[in-house]
Design a binder for this molecule. Structure first.
Ligand code: CAA
Length: 258
């Protein structure tokens, strides 16, 4: 597909990389970027040769948030009618694992986009923040909810109410980041992780992701029931047979993705 604001690459290892590509404005997430990002992720989600996706930016910025210039003169009615943030729900519905590879600024919507991903790998220069308070608003794409779940009430309050940024190390300590790597290793590290995930049985990957996400919007009892049913359901896949027999026969499994 033809994109103007993102670069999409796929490879034979079974994963794709989507790079946000508006470097002149630190990858500010305007309508066009969000349209293209959602379209690309949905199309990759339907592509059987792809098992996992990386979302990344450039050295200076993963993304510095929603495009402030685009929304500066909007009224509440404009915002409601555009309902741009509903696109974010479509990213939440992507079934394959998403890895954020973050260097530089991940602010506002940029930070919220990393938190829509399932694994966050950061370079030493990564900076996370929800600075919306400084421009008269508040996070609107999940920041008050996902950040709070990731780092707890007190850190989330401080970040959202002061607009202060946190560096990679603090984000890592707070549980917002899986690992920190030198900036020149960022993509390599994300690709290693993506290749490893892509080597696993795809149906089990999707169901495991779905079950973990369920933990965020249900009671433990309903979540455990959901998990158990997904676990049982996987026994209808050929990959369950293959995986368990390969273990018993002491050989490497060959996944069919069904
Ligand atoms: N929207 C539009 N343009 C942006 C932008 C944004 N979010 N962030 C940066 N830019 C543009 C700047 O206007 C500038 O463009 P010009 O060269 O045309 O002036 C260019 O990117 C480079 O930025 P700076 O010169 O400001 O770079 P810097 O290194 O001095 O500062 C920064 C970097 C601290 C990230 C600063 O750019 C900044 O504070 N950006 C805004 C961050 C922000 O407030 N994000 C939240 C947006 S609201 C949101 O995301 C709502 C939501 O929940 C969905």
């Amino acid at each position: 597909m033809d994109y103007k604001t993102i670069l999409v690459t796929t490879n034979e290892k079974g994963f794709a990389t989507v790079q946000l590509n508006r470097p002149q404005v630190l990858n500010a997430l305007n309508r066009e970027v969000m349209d293209e990002l959602v379209r690309a992720l949905e199309s990759l989600d339907q592509d059987d040769s792809i098992k996992c996706m990386i979302i990344t930016g450039n050295k200076k910025a993963f993304a510095a948030g929603a495009d402030i210039k685009e929304m500066a003169d909007a009224t509440a009615v404009d915002m409601l009618v555009r309902d741009q943030l509903s696109k974010w729900d479509r990213i939440r519905k992507i079934k394959k694992p998403l890895i954020a590879a973050v260097s530089g600024f991940a602010l506002g919507g940029g930070c919220e986009l990393t938190m829509l991903c399932d694994i966050i790998i950061a370079s030493e220069t990564a900076t996370f923040g929800q600075p919306e308070i400084n421009i008269g608003v508040m996070p609107g794409a999940g920041g008050t909810q996902r950040l709070t779940r990731a780092v707890g009430k007190y850190r989330a309050m401080e970040m959202v109410l002061t607009g202060n940024f946190i560096k990679a190390e603090e984000a890592h300590q707070a549980g917002l980041v899986n690992k920190i790597v030198p900036v020149e290793m960022l993509l390599h590290e994300a690709e290693e992780m993506a290749a490893l995930i892509a080597s696993k049985p795809p149906v089990a990957l999707k169901m495991a992701k779905e079950s973990i996400l369920k933990a965020f919007d249900t009671t433990i009892e309903t979540g455990l029931e959901f998990e158990r049913k997904n676990f049982y359901l996987l026994f209808s896949t050929e990959d369950q047979q293959e995986g368990m027999h390969a273990f018993v026969e002491k050989r490497k499994p060959k996944w069919k993705g069904k």
